[in-house]
Ligand binder design. Structure first.
Ligand SMILES: Nc1ncnc2c1ncn2[C@@H]1O[C@H](COP(=O)(O)OP(=O)(O)OP(=O)(O)O)[C@@H](O)[C@H]1O
Ligand SMILES: O=P(O)(O)OC[C@H]1O[C@H](OP(=O)(O)OP(=O)(O)O)[C@H](O)[C@@H]1O
Length: 231
């Protein structure tokens, strides 16, 4: 048996994860052709690299198909009900910082807070006969945040990408999405509300609380955690 480590298969999260492990003496790399999703681990025995979509890593951890995984805390909290019973945070990795926020058109001069949004949503429904649409892929987190913030008269519409474009495309009136530099929001004439974000996210190393471990696996996991300097 081996310890299975799930890492995002492409983009900035993959590269920075490889750097983070490399700086701690565990070398991760993609092997085979540029398009082949197989990987290698050097610097420790008994660890297998599994390259996966960042969005699928929470599910694989919760199913116990991988023992360790790197992904954003936003994706774990969105996708796993009672996430902290299924996974344990081993380390925040200090990259992949992004805030999950609610944004409205910059031209809505009277809407700057969640209270304002609630008032605008009620007015919108009275005027148009349907609820204000908020586009997002973070359904559970956004619903909980708006409920706690007292916003009621809205509907979520699903958007799995290019979410900031939905307002211009007239498929939503507002959005809830990840922002980092804020450039995508500005380019699409959207502004943040005054309140704290729904969630502040960063890339995080998780351990599955569900995955089965043999005695030998436990030894490998202890050695790996010691080498990485995590609990
Ligand atoms: N602009 C950004 N800057 C920093 N981190 C970001 C940014 N956008 C997204 N992230 C973070 O990167 C992680 C992966 O994001 P996302 O769900 O968009 O995956 P993806 O790159 O589209 O990959 P996949 O489609 O394979 O799941 C999330 O945790 C998210 O918070
Ligand atoms: O604040 P910024 O620095 O502009 O970054 C924010 C953008 O980055 C992410 O999109 P990504 O590039 O992952 O594409 P996506 O639309 O497919 O999610 C996110 O969904 C925002 O659209």
């Amino acid at each position: 048996m081996t310890i299975k480590l799930g890492v995002p298969s492409k983009g900035r999260l993959m590269e920075k994860t490889f750097d983070w492990f490399g700086a701690r003496g565990v070398s991760l790399s993609r092997t085979g052709s540029e398009r082949e999703y197989s990987g290698a681990v050097e610097g420790i025995e008994g660890v297998e690299l599994v390259l996966l979509s960042a969005g699928e890593i929470p599910r694989e951890l919760a199913a116990g198909r991988i023992h360790l995984g790197v992904t954003g805390i936003d994706l774990v909290q969105e996708k796993l009900v009672q996430w902290d019973q299924k996974v344990q945070v081993l380390a925040e990795l200090g990259f992949g910082h992004a805030d999950l926020i609610v944004a409205v058109p910059a031209c809505w001069v009277d809407v700057n807070t969640l209270d304002d949004l609630d008032a605008a949503a009620a007015a919108f429904r009275a005027r148009h006969g349907f609820r204000m649409r908020i586009a997002t892929k973070y359904h559970r987190l956004v619903r909980a945040y708006l409920h706690a913030g007292g916003v009621a008269d809205y509907q979520l519409v699903d958007s799995q990408g290019a979410t900031e474009g939905t307002v211009k495309n007239l498929t939503a009136e507002a959005i809830a999405d990840i922002t980092s530099s804020g450039e995508t929001l500005r380019a699409n004439h959207l502004k943040l509300l005054a309140e704290a974000p729904v969630l502040r996210s960063q890339a995080t190393l998780f351990r599955s609380r569900v995955a089965q471990l043999s005695e030998a696996d436990r030894g490998v996991l202890r050695a790996l955690c010691a080498q990485l300097g995590v609990e």
